[in-house]
Design a protein around this ligand. Structure first.
Ligand code: HEC
Ligand code: HEC
Length: 183
């Protein structure tokens, strides 16, 4: 008791702050793991592949017909993605669509990576297309190409939850310190 009273008030505040941060870090990581159910869903991974080709279906098999990313992710000049992928899902042929349909660059590849690796990568402006934290969160919460994953058309499994819930989870992750899973 006496020992505690002898501690300067400022160090008590420091101890209290450190204790308060402990559960916040765990909560932040837990929130990112929740968001990871979307980030690591095939609807996202099929467009964030490691190699030269998009993947497709819930099993993430190589894209058929054969296509490659091309110089800028829009496919080679002779066969751009938009030859087949139109502005909206096309019910008759089952081909998914969105006006911005193209492949994420290899710096933004997520397939085959752990959730911790994906987390550190998307936080890094050198690898995420120069997005600061606010822009990164806005992109996840509001970008229509990201949003396609919840209305994928055909018999595709939508990403879990809603885009709004996904955005809210990530904003709370950011507010609690934006900690990444260690693995
Ligand atoms: C020659 C036509 C054609 C071209 C060109 C084409 N695609 Fe596709 N793509 C398809 C078809 C058809 C499907 C649907 C297969 C199915 O699910 O039945 C598809 C499905 C996909 C899927 C799977 C979605 C999912 O989650 O299952 C992705 C991702 C995709 N394409 C990305 C691309 C990208 C990126 C490009 C350009 C680099 C591209 N495609 C070029 C025909 C094409
Ligand atoms: C049709 C392809 C496609 C789908 C589906 C897709 N993305 Fe992307 N994503 C892209 C492209 C292309 C970029 C590059 C930036 C741009 O041009 O918008 C990108 C960039 C991003 C970025 C920027 C930062 C970074 O490091 O990757 C985030 C975050 C992101 N996507 C999240 C998602 C999430 C979450 C999903 C699923 C819910 C998803 N994307 C589904 C194509 C796609």
């Amino acid at each position: 008791m006496i020992a505690r009273l002898l501690l300067p008030a400022s160090s008590l505040v420091l101890v209290a702050t450190a204790m308060a941060q402990q559960p916040d870090e765990a909560r932040s990581v837990a929130l990112f793991r929740e968001a990871g159910k979307v980030l690591q869903h095939p609807r996202c991974l099929n467009c964030h592949p490691a190699g030269e080709r998009p993947t497709q279906t819930d099993r993430m098999t190589p894209h058929m017909p054969f296509v490659v990313r091309g110089a800028d992710g829009h496919g080679p000049a002779g066969l751009p993605c938009t030859t087949c992928h139109r502005a909206a899902n096309y019910a008759e042929s089952g081909v998914p669509g969105n006006p911005k349909w193209h492949l994420a660059p290899t710096s933004m590849a997520w397939a085959g990576k752990s959730l911790g690796e994906i987390c550190r990568q998307i936080k890094d402006p050198a690898r995420n297309g120069g997005l600061d934290r606010a822009k990164l969160l806005d992109h996840m919460a509001g970008d229509p190409l990201v949003g396609w994953a919840w209305t994928p058309g055909g018999k595709r499994t939508p990403a879990p939850g809603t885009q709004a819930e996904f955005g809210a989870t990530l904003r709370e992750w950011n507010r609690t310190g934006a900690f990444c899973p260690p693995d």
